[in-house]
Design a protein around this ligand. Structure first.
Ligand code: ADP
Ligand code: MG
Length: 249
C-alpha cells in the first residue's frame, strides 16, 4: 500500500479556483482520486486540465480552495517525493544525454546512484529507449523526447503520477505499452491522474472526469458516462455532455 496508511484519498481538492486576469481557468473544482485509481481528466482545449495539474503539484497557487495530496495540504515538502509530474511541455535537459537526464532527476528525488541505475533499466525498457542512453536529448525525435519526459517523471517510483497528455505524439504501439504499464502500476497501488485527448485512452481509465470551462461537469466510470448520454462510444458521450454543459454554463 505504498506506506500510505490512512483512508484519505490520494488527491482531494476543495473549491479550487484559478483566474488569469478576468478569465476563470478553473472555477470551483472538487476532485477526489483514490489509491490505485487511474483517473482520466478529459475536456476540450482550454477547459482547465493543465491549470488543474499545475495547482496539484504546487507550481501554480490557487486563488481559492485547497489541495490535499496523500492527506497533506500542499504546498508540503513532505509529499513532494511521492509525486511524479509529467508536464504537458517536455521537462528534460536538451544538452545532456538520456542517462544524464535520468541521473539528474533521480538525484533531485534523493535516489542513490545504485537506485537510479536499478530503476533506469526498467524505465528505459518501458519507454523503449534502452539503446539511447548515450544520446543527447536534443538529438532524439519528438516522440522519444516525450518518452524521456515520462521516464524522468517516474525515476523515483512515485506513489502518485500526474501525467499531462503523456501520450501526445507517441506512436500507437508505444501508447499501448504505456497503458499496459499504467495498469500494472495501478494494480500495485500507484495512483494515476492523467489527461488525454484520445478518448479510446479515456475509456481505459477507472473513472473519467469531464471538464468544460473550468468545471467538472460529469464524472464516473467510462461506461456509465456512455449510458448516461445514451451514446455508443465515449466520443459521442463526450460531445453530448460537453454540449449540455455549455447550455447549462
Ligand atoms: P487545457 O489544459 O484543458 O487545454 P489550460 O489549463 O491550459 O487548459 O487552460 C485553461 C485556460 O486558461 C485557457 O483559456 C488558457 O488560455 C488559460 N491559461 C492557461 N495558462 C495561462 C496563463 N499562464 N496565463 C493566462 N492564461 C492562461
Ligand atoms: Mg493542457
Amino acid at each position: 500500500m505504498n506506506g500510505h496508511a490512512s483512508k484519505e484519498p490520494i488527491v482531494r481538492t476543495k473549491g479550487l479556483v484559478k483566474r488569469f486576469g478576468q478569465m476563470f481557468a478553473v472555477r470551483g473544482l472538487d476532485l477526489v482520486v483514490n489509491e490505485g485509481e487511474i483517473y482520466g481528466l478529459i475536456g476540450p482545449n482550454g477547459s482547465g486540465k493543465t491549470t488543474t495539474m499545475r495547482m496539484l503539484c504546487g507550481i501554480l497557487r490557487p486563488d481559492e480552495g485547497e489541495v490535499y495530496l496523500l492527506g497533506s495540504r500542499i504546498p508540503s515538502f513532505k509529499v513532494l517525493r511521492s509525486i511524479g509530474y509529467m508536464p504537458q511541455e517536455n521537462a528534460i535537459y536538451d544538452d545532456i544525454t538520456v542517462q544524464e537526464n535520468l541521473c539528474f532527476f533521480g538525484r533531485i528525488q534523493g535516489l542513490t546512484r545504485e537506485g537510479i541505475n536499478e530503476n533506469a533499466n526498467t524505465i528505459l525498457e518501458l519507454v523503449g529507449l534502452q539503446g539511447k542512453r548515450q544520446a543527447l536529448a536534443r538529438d532524439l525525435s519528438a516522440g522519444m523526447q516525450r518518452r524521456l519526459s515520462l521516464a524522468v517523471a517516474m525515476i523515483h517510483q512515485p506513489v502518485l503520477l500526474l501525467l499531462d497528455e503523456p501520450t501526445a505524439g507517441v506512436d500507437p504501439d508505444l501508447r499501448i505499452s504505456f497503458w499496459k504499464h499504467f495498469k500494472e502500476l495501478s494494480a500495485q497501488g500507484t495512483t494515476i491522474l492523467i489527461t488525454t485527448h484520445y478518448l479510446e485512452e479515456a475509456s481505459r481509465c477507472g473513472r473519467v472526469g469531464l471538464m468544460s470551462q473550468g468545471r467538472l461537469i460529469e464524472e464516473g466510470p467510462p461506461q456509465e458516462l456512455e449510458e448516461e448520454a445514451h451514446a455508443k462510444t465515449l466520443e459521442d458521450a463526450f460531445l453530448t455532455l460537453v454540449g449540455k454543459g455549455r447550455e447549462e454554463g
